[in-house]
Design a protein around this ligand. Structure first.
Ligand SMILES: *[C@@H]1O[C@H](CO)[C@@H](O)[C@H](O)[C@H]1NC(C)=O
Ligand SMILES: *[C@@H]1O[C@H](CO)[C@@H](O)[C@H](O)[C@H]1NC(C)=O
Ligand SMILES: *[C@@H]1O[C@H](CO)[C@@H](O)[C@H](O)[C@H]1NC(C)=O
Ligand SMILES: *[C@@H]1O[C@H](CO)[C@@H](O)[C@H](O)[C@H]1NC(C)=O
Length: 402
């Protein structure tokens, strides 16, 4: 058994422990109308499938333990902690991605995910792999609020937003995808200054969702990010060991976040924010895997411990053409958000027909709808674009698996 899916399930229990503090009667399953999710791949249930980025997990073996066994867009073999929380509170067993056109506002009324894998607090982090920046997640939330008000009436919509539980999980990519591998922020900020810069953005974010109606919020602390599969794979000096510097930066950032959460609780009337500390627990699983029933801890599901190559169709094709052929492809000095172990996958067979308006992208590509192709075809290297004229500019990229 490989560490990841189960680790996430453990993480869920821990998250539940903190989230219980957000409701009045912690020991009961007090009525929670919806779970609303912001953040990165730790909680993205599939939004990246609908934007032109290579930060996608829409290929096998991701999703192999998901009901039905298909990759959903989650950076995970199964469901994510917010999915489990949703089920625990008697809501849907999975939380739909806001950009997934298979769902409508009546589905989203009981839970919605705005998260985007590979994003961060910093706009520049989202730019690296062209994913959804945090400010845009807030814009989508604003749009959601409007749709919900149109659908249920303002009063009911406001009640849902007020009583919903918000899960916020973000920050890792600002360090491992942006600050360390890229020159720009390092030339502007020391790592401590960068942490404070991120907290300034977080403060703005919390104020915005507060003014839109959010009151019960869990902010997840960073995990030991130096132990993420991508970072261990990239650790050429000490193969498969954790990067201690990154772990220390996560610890330091978490301390600041904890103070920041106390400040939010003091300053915003009626808000209740819990800081969900997961670092020590995750580190314990990583360092003592057998205690938790794991046999393999050095590489993540569904990674291989090597960087894997994938194909991305040209940018005017919104689909990623994944080539599951693993190549022992050396990183070209560009670090990928990889290992961040989560992100859901939507059925490869579902995400064809839509894309269109909701994501503001091109209309659907006929070849992709061709029933001759299924997920197992994609997994052996079929480029969606190759079937459709004009979409043949596929480039090789490093993919997120490690
Ligand atoms: C949402 O979709 C379901 C079917 O999936 C349909 O029954 C329902 O009427 C739709 N609701 C809205 C508000 O469009
Ligand atoms: C991020 O980008 C948005 C949209 O352009 C902008 O409003 C915001 O000020 C930017 N944030 C920072 C910290 O630069
Ligand atoms: C995909 O289609 C092939 C036949 O074309 C079939 O053998 C295979 O089982 C299918 N795989 C999935 C995952 O549906
Ligand atoms: C795509 O490939 C074609 C054929 O090689 C080329 O003419 C075109 O410039 C390419 N487009 C882009 C945007 O690179």
């Amino acid at each position: 058994m490989m560490l990841s899916g189960m680790a996430l399930a453990y993480m869920y229990s821990l998250l539940l422990f903190f989230v219980q503090n957000l409701i009045l009667v912690p020991s009961s399953r007090a009525k929670v109308p919806a779970i609303i999710v912001f953040g990165d791949s730790t909680v993205d249930t599939g939004n990246n499938n609908y934007i032109p980025t290579i930060a996608k997990c829409n290929f096998q073996p991701y999703g192999r333990d998901f009901p039905g066994g298909f990759p959903t867009g989650r950076f995970c073999n199964g469901r994510l902690p917010p999915d489990f929380l949703s089920e625990y509170f008697g809501l849907k067993p999975t939380i739909p991605a806001y950009l997934d056109p298979a769902y409508n506002i009546s589905d989203f009324a009981t839970g919605v995910c705005f998260a985007s894998a590979a994003t961060g607090y910093d706009n520049a982090t989202a730019d690296i792999l062209e994913v959804i920046p945090l400010w845009k997640e807030v814009e989508n939330f604003r749009d959601y609020k409007k749709r919900l008000s149109d659908y249920l009436g303002i009063e009911k919509a406001n009640e849902i937003l007020r009583e919903a539980i918000y899960i916020v999980s973000i920050g890792t990519n600002d360090f491992i995808e942006n600050y360390y591998p890229m020159q720009m922020r390092r030339s502007q900020f020391t790592v401590k200054e960068y942490q404070d810069f991120l907290i300034g953005i977080a403060e703005n974010f919390f104020n915005q969702i507060y003014h839109l109606g959010a009151r019960k919020i869990s902010l997840t602390g960073l995990s030991p990010m130096g132990c993420l599969p991508s970072e261990r794979t990239a650790n050429f000096q000490d193969p498969f060991s954790c990067n201690e510097e990154y772990n220390n930066v996560a610890l330091e950032f978490n301390r600041k976040m904890k103070n920041f959460v106390a400040k939010l609780n003091r300053e915003l009337p009626g808000i209740r924010v819990v800081y969900s500390e997961i670092y020590d627990f995750i580190l314990e699983i990583i360092t003592k895997p057998s205690k938790f029933g794991f046999e393999v801890a050095e590489i993540g599901c569904c990674g291989t411990g090597t960087f894997e190559a994938g194909f991305l169709c040209h940018q005017d094709n919104p689909f990623t053409c994944t080539d599951a052929d693993k190549s022992n492809f050396k990183p070209y000095g560009r670090d990928f958000p990889g290992g961040v172990p989560t992100g859901r996958f939507y059925n490869g067979r579902i995400f064809p027909d839509f894309l269109s308006e909701s994501a503001g992208l091109k209309p659907t590509i006929p070849a992709y709808l061709d029933p001759m192709y299924n997920i197992s075809d994609f997994s052996v290297g079929v480029c969606f674009a190759s079937a459709a004229a004009g979409f043949d500019n596929c480039s090789v990229y490093l993919l997120v698996s490690a």
